[in-house]
Structure formats: structure tokens, C-alpha cells
Write a protein that binds this ligand. Structure first.
Ligand SMILES: NC(=O)c1ccc[n+]([C@@H]2O[C@H](COP(=O)([O-])OP(=O)(O)OC[C@H]3O[C@@H](n4cnc5c(N)ncnc54)[C@H](OP(=O)(O)O)[C@@H]3O)[C@@H](O)[C@H]2O)c1
Length: 492
């Protein structure tokens, strides 16, 4: 990847957002780009070119962004907002369609700027990824300074992921391909690396001698209103575990990398995925749980949610909740379960990694409990170490777990950026460290596929759980069998 001629300054780029009028773009990408601009991290000449079939002029698109994004971002300087809108363009194109005029218009807009970084951001349905890359190449728009950004989902199983990777890989080198997992842009995730590898005290105890187990949870309160057409064919395992939760697992479990460079961290992450013990055949029942929410407390069940598609067998069989007991077969982690859990319509919205330490080898006080490190990604980024402390008082010593808490929002005066800001800044700078490499994505699918196959072969439906609850009973038994419990409750 060519380097910035002046490393002190942001790169000048043409950022082409394919699907630039869609939900992701209007809710996440455009606001993130505005914040990046406001923080002085976009070069003055950088342009954002949205593409869709919408037939919009530049002025129409700027008007749309003004109407839809203005309320999502702080506009303290109207001149800066006006300048930001001036960066925006729109080109109409129908990928796969006969009409070539859109590609011609894009080529004209980009002509004369071949020396700029070109970022093609595919914020469109995955079926368009391959055709879009081919049409870009046919239009002569892939330069040595081009990169392509792929949004999730990257396939629905290993074979389809390989298909997308092959199609995109036929046009772009792996070093030009940036696969987004927005969880990797979150402050706590990067802080996990800093906590582990910029502090000496954790490393000696970050292993099976001192850690009892790890829990990784992504709980949502929302259901799937209006999204059933998509969700019926996705489900919690594909939608959350294959990407986000496994990424968090790799960062928690990886060995210290030799360098903080584009490949070293990803090399270590992929080794973790390759060391995951496969869960296959009859074991799937023992080590995985799937559930689907049903109506409770005035909330609809999955099958009752408003939907534009009719209820089918796929709707009845899809999991809105899953919990998995994963194991990493290596020296550091042998015997330490990693429990993964995600669900819709849970009682709280929270994404976190909980590292549960073992109890003291010999306790001289009654009532103690083991230490716990909580890395929270949502709703607020922060880190808490729960330690045992003595309750003040002159009588018998009484213990209480007390959190030593680091809230980024409260500790640092600088604004905590949204995940997409960090990731877009990295794409524009050509830094792929926080993006998934092909071998990572495929190793993740290789582990997920046998679970999907066993669920498909099982005539049983997902276990029902009441909307607003912490999931089906089997999820609690998954830990209960070994005397463990999930980290739940508002002050947990
Ligand atoms: N929304 C999110 O929060 C989110 C989060 C993570 C990942 N994603 C992923 O990001 C992608 C986009 O999601 P979204 O929610 O933004 O979808 P969306 O609202 O349906 O937007 C899709 C965009 O793609 C354009 N498009 C679709 N087919 C096209 C074609 N043949 N030619 C040209 N343009 C086309 C649409 O414009 P026209 O219809 O006007 O052409 C629109 O701009 C999906 O892969 C999704 O899985 C979304």
C-alpha cells in the first residue's frame, strides 16, 4: 500500500460509498465522516461520492444529508457543515444493469485524480460486491492506490464467504481489501490490547492457572421489527457470533504480538481461531443453546413482530438467542471455557467481556468472591476490575466486591469517537490492523459451519424464552452444569 507522502497530514482521498443513500450510510458513515472532518482529520480536497440507483444530483444528495443527518451531529460551526456538504457528490448507477452511463459519470468525476487514494466502500447488499468490483475494473477505475471496504455479512457459510473473497480477490489484492467488523473500532476493544500489552501486571495471570472462565455477551433489548425477511435467514449465530463475538474472543485470547503492525496482530488472532476446538455432531447439543423470544410483558414474540414477509418454516426455526461453550486448545487456555452469548429482546443492552478469575487458593475470610475483570463495549465504554475490599467497621471483617472502574467518558476530556470514525480514519490512512483478513473470516466460518449443520439437521425448534428475559433455561444450565452463572443484572 503506498504511504502518505506527508505522514503528518491526512491523505487526500476520493471515498466512493456504494450504497451511499442507504441506512448504514445515513446513520453511521456520513455522521462519522462529518466528525472526522470536524476533528481536522480529512484533507481539504477529500471528496465523498455516494452511489445508488436513486437518480439524485449532487444538490439532491446534499439536501438529503442536510435533512437526515443534521440532527444526528453537533453543528457548532455552520460554515464547517456547509464545507462538509460541499465534499458530497452523487452518481447514479445500477450494478448489473445495462445502462453504463453511471460508470462513465464516475470515471469523469475521478479523472485527473489517479494519484489520490481511492476508497470504494461497499455499503450495499453482499450480492452486489462481486459485480461492483468487476464493473469498477471494466471502467478502468481500479488504481494501485485503490482500496475496497466490505461490510458484513461476508457470506452465510464458508463456501459463500470464499465465493465473495474470490470474486473481490480477483480484482483487488488482499492488501487492498478491508473487511469491516465495527466492534473492532470500539474504544474498549483497542483498550483491551493496550491493557494486555502495555501493562506488565496482567500477562503473568492471563492464563488457565489464574482464569476460571471468560464470558462474552452481546445483549440487545430490541427485537427484529420490520427486519424478519433478513433475520429469518441470518439468525444470532451468523449475525453476531461468527464476526463480533469471535473477534472479541481472539483479542482476549491471542498471544502477545511481536509488533503493532498490519500483520502481527492478525497473525495472532487467526491462530486463536485455528485453535478453537470444533463443536460437531452430538456435541452441538451439549455445548450450544439456541432460543427464540416469545411474547411477554406486552412485547411481541419473534413470530408476531411486524414483517413485510410471511411467517415461514425458516421464521420458526431461526434463533434470536444463542449461547456457546467454546474451548481453545492451546497451552495458555486449555481447560478454560469461553462462553459466548447473544440475544434479542434481552432485559438490557450490553456488550461486554467478563474475565472471571479463580478464587484465592486458601481463604482466611468468610464471604469472599473471586476477582472479575469486566471490559464493557456498550452502552458505555469502560473497564472495571472487581476486587475484594473490607467493609468499613470495627467488628468482624466483612468482605465486599468493589469495582475499580475506568470510564473513558469520565476519565478523558476528549470525545470518545464512534467505531466507524476510527475505522474510516484507518481505511483512509491505509492501516488494515483493525480489519479482518481473509484467513480470519474463513477460519471463523470453518468453526461455525458444523454448528449450523447440526442445528439444521435437528428437528427440534429453538427453545422459547420470554421477551425481556435473559434467555432460555438451557443457557443457564450450560454454565450451571459446572457451578457457574452468567454475569447478569443491572449492577452485575
Ligand atoms: N444498516 C446497518 O446498520 C448495517 C450494519 C452493518 C452492516 N450493514 C450492511 O451494509 C449493507 C447496506 O445496508 P443498509 O442497511 O444501508 O441497506 P439499505 O438501506 O437497503 O441500502 C442499500 C443501498 O444500496 C443501494 N443499492 C442496492 N442495490 C443496488 C444496485 N443494484 N445498484 C446500485 N445501488 C444499489 C441502495 O440504493 P438504491 O436502492 O436507491 O439503489 C442503497 O443506497 C448491507 O450489506 C448490510 O448487511 C448494515
Amino acid at each position: 500500500m503506498p504511504t502518505n507522502p506527508d505522514p503528518g497530514q491526512p491523505h487526500t482521498a476520493d471515498l466512493v460509498v456504494f450504497g451511499g443513500t442507504g441506512d448504514l450510510s445515513m446513520r453511521k458513515l456520513i455522521p462519522a465522516l462529518y466528525h472526522t472532518d470536524r476533528d481536522g482529520r480529512l484533507s481539504p480536497e477529500t471528496r465523498v461520492i455516494a452511489m445508488s440507483r436513486g437518480g439524485l444530483t449532487d444538490a439532491d444528495f446534499r439536501g438529503k444529508v442536510d435533512a437526515e443527518v443534521r440532527d444526528q451531529v453537533p453543528i457548532d460551526d455552520p460554515e464547517l457543515w456547509r464545507r462538509f456538504l460541499g465534499r458530497l457528490h452523487h452518481v447514479s448507477v445500477d450494478v448489473g444493469g445495462e445502462d453504463r452511463s453511471g460508470w462513465k459519470a464516475l470515471a469523469e468525476l475521478l479523472a485527473g485524480h489517479e494519484d489520490r487514494d481511492r476508497v470504494y466502500y461497499l455499503a450495499s447488499p453482499p450480492r452486489t460486491f462481486g459485480p461492483f468490483c468487476r464493473e469498477l475494473q471494466e471502467a478502468g477505475l481500479v488504481t494501485p492506490r485503490s482500496r475496497v471496504v466490505l461490510e458484513k455479512p461476508l457470506g452465510h457459510d464458508l463456501v459463500s464467504a470464499q465465493g465473495i473473497n474470490d470474486e473481490v480477490g480477483a480484482i483487488f489484492d488482499e492488501r487492498q481489501i478491508f473487511r469491516i467488523d465495527h466492534y473492532l473500532g470500539k474504544e474498549t476493544v483497542q483498550n483491551l490490547l493496550v491493557l494486555r500489552f502495555a501493562n506488565a501486571f496482567l500477562e503473568p495471570i492471563w492464563n488457565s492457572l489464574w482464569i476460571d472462565h471468560v464470558q462474552i455477551t452481546a445483549a440487545e433489548t430490541v427485537g427484529t421489527p420490520g427486519r424478519r425477511g433478513y433475520y429469518d435467514h441470518a439468525g444470532a449465530l451468523r449475525d453476531m457470533v461468527q464476526n463480533h463475538l469471535l473477534q472479541l474472543l481472539t483479542l482476549t485470547a491471542m498471544e502477545p504480538p511481536a509488533r503493532n503492525d498490519r500483520e502481527s496482530i492478525r497473525d495472532e488472532k487467526v491462530k486463536v481461531l485455528q485453535a478453537l476446538r470444533p463443536i460437531t455432531g452430538g456435541e452441538v447439543d451439549r455445548f450450544t443453546v439456541r432460543g427464540q423470544y416469545v411474547a411477554a410483558d406486552g412485547m411481541p414474540g419473534y413470530l408476531d413482530e411486524p414483517a413485510s414477509t410471511p411467517t415461514t418454516e425458516a421464521s420458526r426455526r431461526v434463533e434470536t438467542f444463542t449461547a456457546i461453550r467454546a474451548e481453545i486448545k492451546n497451552w495458555r487456555w486449555a481447560g478454560v471455557p469461553f462462553y459466548l452469548r447473544t440475544g434479542k429482546r434481552m432485559p438490557y443492552r450490553r456488550s461486554e467481556i467478563v474475565v472471571q478469575f479463580k478464587d484465592v487458593p486458601h481463604s482466611i475470610f468468610p464471604g469472599g468472591s473471586p476477582n472479575r475483570l469486566v471490559l464493557r463495549l456498550q452502552p458505555e465504554d469502560g473497564i472495571e476490575l472487581h476486587i475484594m475490599a473490607k467493609e468499613p467497621g470495627a467488628g468482624e471483617i466483612s468482605l465486599k466486591p468493589v469495582p475499580m472502574a475506568l470510564s473513558f467518558g469520565k476519565t478523558f476530556t476528549t470525545r470518545v469517537p464512534e467505531a466507524y470514525e476510527r475505522l474510516l480514519t484507518d481505511v483512509l490512512a491505509g492501516n488494515p490492523t483493525l480489519f479482518m483478513r481473509r484467513d480470519e473470516v474463513e477460519a471463523a466460518w470453518r468453526w461455525i459451519d458444523p454448528i449450523l449443520a447440526a442445528w439444521k439437521a435437528d428437528p427440534a425448534l429453538p427453545e422459547p424464552y420470554p421477551a425481556g428475559s435473559t434467555g432460555p433455561a438451557a443457557a443457564h444450565e450450560l454454565l450451571g452444569r459446572s457451578g457457574r452463572t452468567w454475569h447478569d443484572g443491572e449492577d452485575a
